[in-house]
Ligand binder design. Structure first.
Ligand SMILES: Nc1ncnc2c1ncn2[C@@H]1O[C@H](COP(=O)(O)OP(=O)(O)OP(=O)(O)O)[C@@H](O)[C@H]1O
Ligand SMILES: [Mg+2]
Length: 254
């Protein structure tokens, strides 16, 4: 069985059908990158998986726990499925370490000592241990985003969702954040990633899922998707991107 199974997911915003029958299963350890034009429903899909949007119909099932929002509450789901967005959303009045400890201690009722040990390890891994007692305003965008990732990881999620986590960053900070995600992939973290960094997508993904107008219309391993897309819509999407992003750092490194 898949770790996460999404069946016939439909989401409306009033008249707008943002997701129109999404079927998607994600295996443990798999990295799925979701691509598609603006407004096709990528963020909505991630938000539905995390219970941030009420869905119209469909079923989401997490292995060993059951149906999301039914067998397990959304509060519990968010402990198993972590999410990091474009904006960092750290609490500005709290230090880095207090931001990280908040969820594990308050929601998971874990002891400070134990969580702090884990937080220290994670901070070291993302190269920010020395900023442990800093405040968010003292950090760069890339640093804040790495802290946001650590904060989410400290809940020991089974799955991580990333929604354009580098979109608001200056180019020189993009790489340091993408490297953290690449390392998570190497360590076997199951992830769903929305990104506009095509070189990164190609490098990190086990599978590319291409969406348009609220539907998944094509999916394949990156090698095939990027070199031989099957649908005209995917071809058009890649053509535009090739034109826009020619020569970015990651492209050059592949
Ligand atoms: N809160 C909302 N209220 C009403 N409509 C919304 C809301 N959020 C999203 N939508 C609509 O749902 C559709 C899917 O939006 P979504 O944000 O998921 O797209 P996206 O693929 O993430 O786009 P982008 O690449 O620009 O981030 C769009 O038509 C959008 O206008
Ligand atoms: Mg979006």
């Amino acid at each position: 069985m898949a770790l996460l199974e999404i069946k016939n997911l439909v989401k409306n915003y009033g008249e707008v059908t943002a997701l129109n029958g999404i079927d998607l299963s994600v295996k443990k350890g798999e990295v799925v990158v979701i691509l598609g034009p603006s407004g096709c429903g990528k963020s909505t899909l991630l938000r539905c998986i995390n219970g941030l949007e009420e869905i119209k119909s469909g079923e989401l099932t997490l292995q060993n726990y059951g149906k999301l929002g039914k067998d397990i509450s959304w509060v519990e789901v968010r402990q198993h499925i972590g999410m990091v967005f474009q904006s960092y959303e750290l609490f500005s009045h709290m230090s880095v370490i207090d931001n990280i400890l908040l969820g594990p201690m308050k929601v998971q009722k874990r002891k400070r000592e134990e969580v702090e040990k884990q937080a220290d390890e994670l901070l070291k891994r993302v190269g920010l241990y020395d900023r442990k007692n800093a405040y968010p305003r003292e950090l760069s965008g890339g640093q804040k985003q790495r802290i946001a990732i650590v904060r989410s990881l400290c809940m020991n999620p089974e799955i991580m969702l990333f929604d354009e986590v580098t979109a608001a960053l200056d180019p020189e900070m993009v790489r340091e954040v993408l490297d953290v995600i690449l390392n998570l992939a190497k360590e076997g973290m199951t992830m769903l990633i929305v990104t506009h960094e095509m070189g990164f997508a190609r490098q990190v993904a086990d599978r590319i899922v291409f969406m348009d107008k609220g539907e998944i219309i094509e999916q394949d391993i990156p090698e095939y998707f990027f070199t031989n897309p099957k649908t005209d819509r995917a071809k058009a999407f890649l053509n535009i991107l090739n034109y826009e992003s020619r020569g970015t750092d990651y492209e050059q490194n592949i």
